[in-house]
Ligand binder design. Structure first.
Ligand code: HEC
Length: 201
């Protein structure tokens, strides 16, 4: 029996006790007490009747290697990461959006080679141009794109590749990330070239 059901049963017992008191005892004080008990019991039952909803933080997405068979599986994991752990959707939209603060990513998987996307995610400073709009030496614009592979987002290599697979898929591009390669990633010792050498761009 669920916890709520047990409590409901106890509430019913309390109400029952109150009714018994009203039925069989004559002393006024005890009857008032019986009435109060019935009321308390009914309120408890009503409160317990309200649907219980626990508000837990969203479940942490993990990369479930066992479930990945096809590039599409990879892309669907990438999609989940894009909208949750990767926090990409906080800044980027897919398609035009009034609220997006950053480059929208529709078609990005077709525009950019996977190597370049990988670099955008892990070395965001690499292609951000210099700022000449002041006297003296040009300065670097600080990249506002976070390092996706470092804290606080800290996606694993496998997660990054599934996000890239998702970006390719949603751009209508064949997914050039190969499942075997992603599954074989020796954590910490990834070679981009070996993964992205085939198909696509
Ligand atoms: C804090 C906001 C923020 C988050 C979170 C973020 N980005 Fe970005 N991203 C940016 C900004 C801003 C740029 C533009 C370059 C710059 O200023 O650093 C960018 C650039 C990019 C680019 C290069 C676009 C181009 O046209 O060259 C890609 C690809 C990209 N982001 C993908 C992602 C993905 C995938 C994620 C999630 C794993 C992500 N971003 C999370 C802000 C963000």
């Amino acid at each position: 029996m669920s916890e709520v059901a047990v409590l409901q049963l106890m509430g019913l017992c309390v109400v029952g006790t109150g009714i018994l008191i009203l039925l069989f005892l004559k002393a006024v004080f005890v009857r008032v007490l019986g009435f109060v008990i019935i009321m308390l019991g009914i309120f408890t039952l009503i409160a317990l009747g309200v649907p219980q909803m626990a508000s837990l933080p969203p479940a942490v997405e993990t990369f479930d290697i066992a479930s990945v068979k096809t590039p599409d599986d990879l892309a669907s994991i990438g999609q989940k990461i894009f909208f949750s752990k990767g926090q990409c959707a906080l800044c980027h939209s897919i398609g035009p959006s009034e609220s997006a603060r950053c480059p929208e990513l529709a078609g990005i998987g077709a525009k950019l080679a996977p190597e370049f996307i990988y670099e955008s995610l892990t070395q965001p400073q690499a292609y951000v141009y210099l700022d000449f709009r002041h006297d003296g030496l040009p300065e670097e614009y600080p990249a506002r794109m976070p390092h996706i592979n470092k804290n606080p987002i800290a996606l694993s290599e496998q997660e990054i590749y599934s996000v890239i697979a998702f970006l390719q898929k949603m751009s209508g591009e064949p997914i050039s990330i190969k499942v075997e390669d992603v599954l074989n990633i020796d954590v910490g010792e990834m070679k981009v070239a070996s993964l992205v050498g085939h198909g696509g761009n």
